[in-house]
Design a protein around this ligand. Structure first.
Ligand code: MF3
Ligand code: CO
Ligand code: CO
Length: 271
């Protein structure tokens, strides 16, 4: 099936939705401290989205085929949780790493972004996993330009993760996004250069690698949503929503507090 190209009007609305999603992460960052519950982070984000931004939290009630409706406004995935962690009574403690994944809807358009947060001082291993995963996402983003292929994105992500002794989760991927939360194409975080769909200006999709410190296998918890690593190893994820432009890419989920592309990757941007 053909992948929809966004019109200039769509793109303008996606810039707005993307910026709002990123701004929720800026807002919540100071609250990610030892002693807070993931449920409290959800409550704060939900309130900010609805009352301050006038956005709709896309996860709330989201119900893909085979799932039960997602019960909360954001996803909070702690330590060995890979993705789709449901906020609740869990109290964050020093040394935890947590992914907060925010999807806002504004004027019918979606913005989807996530970041890793460290509670207190992270272990060297946890910090390295978060850093390498951020590099993986950015290496993927740097591939984005007309004429490149989706397989190019997956390939650089897989290479970088595995070179560092980590593994790439296969069961979940990035996705097209627009007036729907999850659209075509699927954006795999592993693969071979030159394979799969050729990128065209006007495509918008997310890049959101989930990288495990141990083995890549995962398990779903009985809540029907939370994904954890089978071997209990730590997992990290970062996510941006990205537009293919005539000359390369534009990250749509931008905000003042967003971590920059790691400087170590600078030379690759010019290439
Ligand atoms: N935000 C996730 C993604 O990046 C999807 C979460 S679905 C939910 O695609 F229902 F768990 F919110
Ligand atoms: Co996404
Ligand atoms: Co997301």
């Amino acid at each position: 099936m053909a992948i929809g190209l966004k019109t200039p009007q769509d793109i303008e609305r996606m810039r707005i939705a993307g910026k709002l999603a990123a701004e929720v992460l800026d807002y919540i960052a100071p609250f990610v401290k030892a002693g807070v519950t993931t449920g409290e982070l959800d409550r704060l984000c939900h309130e900010y989205m609805v009352s301050v931004q006038g956005t709709i939290p896309a996860p709330l009630g989201y119900c893909p085929p085979g799932y039960r409706p997602y019960p909360k406004a954001i996803c909070t995935s702690v330590n060995n949780q890979v993705c789709h962690g449901i906020p609740g009574e869990k109290v964050l403690k020093k040394g935890d790493v947590v992914n907060l994944d925010i999807t806002t809807i504004k004027d019918g358009y979606h913005g989807d972004t996530s970041r890793m947060f460290c509670v207190g001082e992270p272990s060297i291993a946890a910090k390295r996993l978060c850093d390498v995963t951020l590099e993986c996402m950015w290496l993927g983003i740097l591939q984005v330009k007309p004429g490149a292929h989706l397989g190019d994105i997956g390939h650089v992500i897989q290479q970088h993760a595995e070179k560092n002794g980590f593994s790439v989760v296969r069961e979940f991927c990035g996705h097209g996004i627009g007036t729907k939360f999850h659209e075509e194409p699927q954006v795999l975080h592993y693969g071979k250069p030159g394979t799969l769909t050729e990128l065209k200006a006007g495509m918008i999709f997310t890049i959101e690698p989930m990288i495990n410190a141990g083995r890549r296998e995962i398990r779903e918890l009985a809540d029907g949503w939370t994904i954890v690593t089978k071997d209990h190893s730590l997992s990290a994820q970062w996510e941006h929503t990205v537009l293919v432009t005539e000359t390369g890419f534009e990250v749509l989920t931008v905000s003042p507090g967003m971590p920059a592309m790691p400087a170590s990757l600078d030379n690759r941007q010019a290439a």
